[in-house]
Design a protein around this ligand. Sequence first.
Ligand SMILES: Cc1ncc(COP(=O)(O)O)c(C=O)c1O
Length: 438
Amino acid sequence: MLEKLKVALGDHDLATMVAGDNRQIGLVRRDCQDLGISKVTAVADAYHEVKSQQSISGVWCYDNFTERGSNSAGVVKSDAYTVERDCIIWPVNHYLGLNRHPTVVDAASKALQQFGTGCGTSAMSGGHCSLHKQAEKRLASWLGKEAALLFPTGYSANVGAISGLAKGPSCFVLFDRECHASIIDGIKLSGAKFLPFRHNDISDLARKLDRYAGQYENVFVVVESIYSMSGEESRLQAICDLKSQHDFLLFVDEAHSFGLHPERTLCRKLGLTDHVDFVMTTLSKSTAAIGGVVATSHAFKTFVQVEANAYLFQAAIPPADVAAIIAAMDVIEETPHLLQSLWSKVSYMRGKLRDLGLDIGQGTSPIIPVFIRDSDTLLRMGQDMFHEGIFTTSVAYPVVKHSEVRFRFILNESHSYEQIDRTVGLLEKLGRRYGVIT
Ligand SMILES: Cc1ncc(COP(=O)(O)O)c(C=O)c1O
């Protein structure tokens, strides 16, 4: 199989594929189809072949797992090959380091004792308990809306709510090209007509609203407040301003800003919540559990309850996770210095990387990209980094264009200044070695 692919793809593509670009497996299926191989058993054999090759060169990354001794460091291992490294851990979104906070752990343990492990059924058929109701009330208030609806994950909140809201051909959805996969999956599942607009390009959005929106009864615009691959802020004010000329419903995913501001969300910080019809967030990041929530008006909450299959037909979020979320919100409210500490570290790390001349984009958030802009260098630097004890995500082609490949560091309050310094020091050394810093 590999030989057949090699002939068809030519050496370069195969080299990249086998060398370890972590999403190249997606290309294999396309390439297999080009070769006339579409039977999934044959495609699965091809995937497995690529995995075997990548495992030998030590770059297969689908099986990596971590045994974290603390929130920010631990042993990184892989099922596919026998490599283990003590690493500083950078791919985790526990922005406030609350997953080991005693108050949070204690609340989850108590709920486990009181309510047991799972819910056994969906929210619609009685899976929720009083903790879920308490959390929905509190989340609605944090998100600045009348009501909120809990889903078991952020992924299913987006898929469920968007596919339920924008159902059918009377609907049209415009979304930022950099939106998360769960948003795009929800849009595709909805059966609505849809178009991406260029990332953060308000003129492109306005042009598309002008050109297409009038043809549909219901128009939705979907964006993230902070984009997960670049850490960039959405141009929320400009998007809300478009509402004075166009009739659309605005859906904002606050996954990477929820809980990180004294106002709790970026929409609230900017005073825009009233212009936003749906505020969504995941609960797996700052609140360090799992779950998703969509906050909106009472009427739209009822609508989503009735229309979202992910609410109707998916087992509810376990009570221990709900208790952890509530406790995490308590801790965030009672410990304002956590936010100050996080933002001080963000400025420190961003400042140091910028001083080195590294390209870290336009963002200001705890998601810090380091643009490498060359796939081969990204791969080699990533391997060296791992061998020297730094574990982070390579955002590689085809997730982004070759010219936009980058590392992504997610800074958490639990990272120490010493860990930041070690990471920046290594990036300086490798950046000079590979000509990224001149
Ligand atoms: C912007 C955004 N939305 C939704 C999700 C899905 O959330 P979860 O992983 O908690 O299901 C993510 C996850 O990373 C995300 O980055």
